[in-house]
Design a protein around this ligand. Structure first.
Ligand SMILES: Nc1nc2c(ncn2[C@@H]2O[C@H](COP(=O)(O)OP(=O)(O)OP(=O)(O)O)[C@@H](O)[C@H]2O)c(=O)[nH]1
Ligand SMILES: Nc1nc2c(ncn2[C@@H]2O[C@H](COP(=O)(O)OP(=O)(O)OP(=O)(O)O)[C@@H](O)[C@H]2O)c(=O)[nH]1
Ligand SMILES: [Mg+2]
Ligand SMILES: [Mg+2]
Ligand SMILES: [Zn+2]
Ligand SMILES: [Zn+2]
Lengths: 211, 211
């Protein structure tokens, strides 16, 4: 538990720095392959030239995700966690020092794909945003409850695939609200565009409030 | 590292017990929602009356997966890991004592949905079997390499969805072989049946060899 106490102290320092800079930071969490990077790339395309964005990418190995972000035109730091299965506040604090963070801008942190540990590690973000892909089944909020309890917003992603699945989106939302009655939910498709306007508006509002 | 050494000792004890009993044990690992339980339920349907099967289910919370297994007619123990993100050899050893394990039978262990930590924890199984769903993207073997290196068999699952995805199955297989040249790969659909004959034959062969 010392580990978490130390991490919380570093998260407080990160949050203070971000507040002083006027930067809105989110911590994007999900299972592997739910669509975090695809969502970020599409977000960058829609916000290009309007809001300054910096990205921190967390993965066990490779810089593939940071490469995708840089190709989309935003500065990105790749953190490789090796045997570790989550980002922590120290990693994020160090990466922040290497990024251009601007007033009224966004810091988008994509965590390691993992529905368990990242729920316990505060990075200094304003909000955790959980992505649940409709291909994963309705029951994930019940089976991996800590993550959905820790998230303020859930994107129910890949909704373009619903016609090909026996997935009950209402049931999935009901399970999420059972675990976290206050959670906000947006049904999205990062590749086909549904829900993206609501998501972008939510980010714009956060950035404006952080200024 | 003491943790892993202690775990390895318990895994050795589990493996010895399973060898003495003549039971073929596998450790099923994947991201959350890749289809582990669906695969097991379909496996039980196809092996009913032919091979004795027992199941250990690992999840943070709920007994939903064990309930699905029991409804399919097999004995199942649900292990809830709470904040933990993986099964370990002690949990499995304790669950084994509460299951009817028979010579020439199968012990199917479904781990917590997580592509990171479970790779490091030997449970005493004969093989780790990784499931990669075609909905997760081709790059998972490169980004979460430890798991695919630890697996002897990979099921590329949900292949029934391929017509609706921009997923390159050959590329996914090439990435898996890049991190683990010896990995065996079966393209499957737990809900539509493709690849299931090859999977069942692989289990039958394992059970026969363990006798
Ligand atoms: N149909 C559909 N596919 C999507 C959508 N979003 C992402 N994908 C696909 O899902 C796969 C994984 O997407 P990524 O964006 O790499 O997922 P991720 O969450 O960043 O994955 P990791 O960082 O490895 O955990 C890719 O094949 C994407 O094309 C969506 O809204 N609809
Ligand atoms: N189209 C399709 N859907 C599948 C297939 N296998 C599983 N599913 C669906 O994928 C979702 C998740 O399946 P589960 O079997 O619960 O996955 P799991 O890996 O056991 O999930 P956790 O135990 O929570 O990690 C469900 O909606 C299943 O119906 C498949 O081969 N094809
Ligand atoms: Mg990604
Ligand atoms: Mg399951
Ligand atoms: Zn972790
Ligand atoms: Zn773990």
């Amino acid at each position: 538990q010392d580990l978490l106490a130390r991490n919380d102290a570093e998260a407080v320092a990160n949050r203070k720095t971000l507040a002083q800079l006027g930067v809105f930071a989110i911590n994007l969490v999900s299972s592997p392959g739910s669509g975090k990077t695809t969502l970020l790339v599409e977000t960058l395309r829609r916000l290009a030239g309007e809001v300054p964005v910096a990205v921190i990418e967390g993965d066990q190995q490779t810089s593939r995700d940071a490469d995708r972000i840089r190709a989309a035109g935003a500065p990105a730091i790749q953190v490789n966690t090796g045997k570790g299965c989550h980002l922590d506040a120290r990693m994020v604090g160090q990466a922040m020092q290497r990024l251009p963070l601007q007033n009224g801008g966004l810091l988008l942190i994509e965590n390691v794909g993992n529905l368990v540990c990242p729920a316990a590690f505060d990075l200094g973000e304003a909000h955790k945003v959980a992505i649940l892909s409709v291909t994963e089944g309705e029951d994930k909020p019940l089976k991996y409850p800590d993550m959905f309890r820790a998230a303020d917003l859930m994107l129910l992603n890949k909704c373009d695939l619903l016609p090909h699945l026996a997935f009950d989106a209402d049931q999935a939302e009901a399970f999420a609200r059972r675990v976290n009655p206050a959670i906000r939910i947006i049904r999205s498709s990062a590749t086909h565009g549904s829900g993206m306007d609501e998501w972008i508006d939510w980010l714009r509002a956060g950035a404006a409030a952080a200024r």
